[in-house]
Ligand binder design. Structure first.
Ligand code: GLN
Length: 402
């Protein structure tokens, strides 16, 4: 039987004279995404599993990083974010969302959206609370809920379109959840939630007095005609929305671990405490250098969208040649590919075969699903054209490796 990431208990043995570690840790495994990257590196496979670019951040950011190394930025920044960074961040968010974000009241700077999500969950939930997670989901969400003592409950997104059934959402809200997690644009599905879908989620959250925790790191990677809607900017949404976001994808700096929580002042006052005791703060010199990214003009974001639109076209063209069915992403840079025609017993076996024999790594789709779905592999295309073409050269002759 194939177990989902949540079910797969970490079967780590303990020595007889060793105390048992916390039982909540047996409810999930280490990240399959990060594990796939390690296996890909071990085998020298082209890594289209963990989503990060193999190209450099904008020159402005690199130059600012060099300057920052010689500046007074080597000690702790203000725990909830260096003031200059928060000013630039608030201005950038105001520019795109129209929300009157104030750097003093509405933001906590975190170590990536990963910390932001953990902070949001611990800020919103009491032990025993339920949290709605759409399935498939980015694997951190269930782990975040469990680590905060909450219980994830799931609403399926149905492949290939990855829409939800409104009746499922209604049923999930009847369980009186404390929060719902919305990843938009969605990792791993590439779905961009429509305004109507988001309003429907908001209506339920209002009716049941739940928080909406959003994860929006791909807000600038959306393909026409789709458009990103900032959940917090929907009418009546701000007070119950905890927005998590990161600079990783927008500025190609996934290793810098810069993210943030954005919420109403009362929520931020609590979130600051969680963040302070978790990490104290994000790296000071990197906050200073990333200001150059936040101050980039509008044309940068249009350029980013164009770059990813071209990569998407190139990669989808490669996938078409494989003959395998897949869902065209509306946003983000992931594609769920249906590997059932290859005849593997499951996706984990297939993913290992892709790494070892084909030399291209993708993530076993089952790690994102609550349901026993194991015919999908997630590939990403945040790579240089040469890398994508090299992967394409292998992917388009799969039959030879089988
Ligand atoms: N979001 C990226 C992915 O899904 C990776 C994020 C991470 O590993 N922290 O692959």
């Amino acid at each position: 039987m194939i177990l989902t990431a949540v079910d797969r208990a970490a079967s780590i043995d303990k020595a007889p004279d060793m105390p048992a570690t916390a039982s909540r840790l047996s409810a999930f495994t280490e990240s399959v995404i990060r594990g796939t990257t390690r296996l890909a590196n071990q085998h020298g496979a082209i890594n289209l599993s963990q989503g990060f670019p193999d190209f450099d951040p904008p020159e402005e950011i690199l130059a600012a990083l060099e300057r920052a190394t010689r500046g007074p930025f080597h000690q702790y920044a203000v725990t909830w974010g260096a003031p200059r960074f928060r000013d630039a961040l608030a201005a950038k968010i105001r520019r795109f969302s129209g929300l009157p974000i104030n750097p003093e009241e509405h933001l906590v700077v975190t170590c990536g959206s990963t910390e932001a999500m953990m902070v949001a969950m611990m800020t919103a939930c009491n032990p025993g609370d339920k949290v709605i997670v759409f399935s498939p989901f980015y694997e951190n969400y269930a782990a975040d809920a469990i680590l905060s003592g909450a219980e994830p409950i799931y609403v399926p997104l149905h492949p290939p379109g990855f829409g939800f059934d409104p009746a499922d959402l209604t049923k999930a809200f009847e369980q009186k959840p404390k929060a719902i997690v919305v990843c938009n644009p969605s990792n791993p599905t590439g779905k961009v939630f429509t305004r109507e879908e988001l309003l429907e989620i908001l209506r339920h959250a209002q009716q049941h007095d739940a928080f909406v925790i959003t994860d929006e790191p791909y807000e600038h990677i959306v393909y026409a005609p789709h458009a990103h809607v900032h959940f917090a900017a929907l009418p009546g949404a701000f007070e119950r929305t905890i927005t998590c976001n990161s600079l990783s994808k927008t500025y190609s700096i996934t290793g810098w671990r810069l993210g943030y929580v954005q919420a109403a002042p009362e929520v931020i006052a609590q979130a600051r405490k969680v963040h302070d005791f978790l990490t104290v703060g994000a790296a000071a010199p990197l906050q200073e250098a990333a200001i150059a990214g936040l101050e980039l003009p509008q044309s940068y974001y249009a350029g980013l969208r164009d770059i990813y639109t071209a990569k998407r076209e190139l990669f989808l063209e490669i996938l078409r040649k494989t003959g395998l069915p897949f869902t065209e992403p509306q946003g983000a840079y992931y594609v769920m590919v249906d590997i059932s025609p290859l005849g593997f017993a499951n996706d984990t076996e297939a993913s290992e075969w892709f790494i070892r024999k084909v030399g291209v790594a993708g993530v076993a789709g089952s790690s994102f699903f609550r349901e026993p779905v194991n015919h999908l592999i997630r590939f990403h295309f945040a790579k240089n054209e040469e890398t994508l073409r090299a992967a394409g050269e292998r992917l388009t002759r799969l039959g030879e490796f089988r």
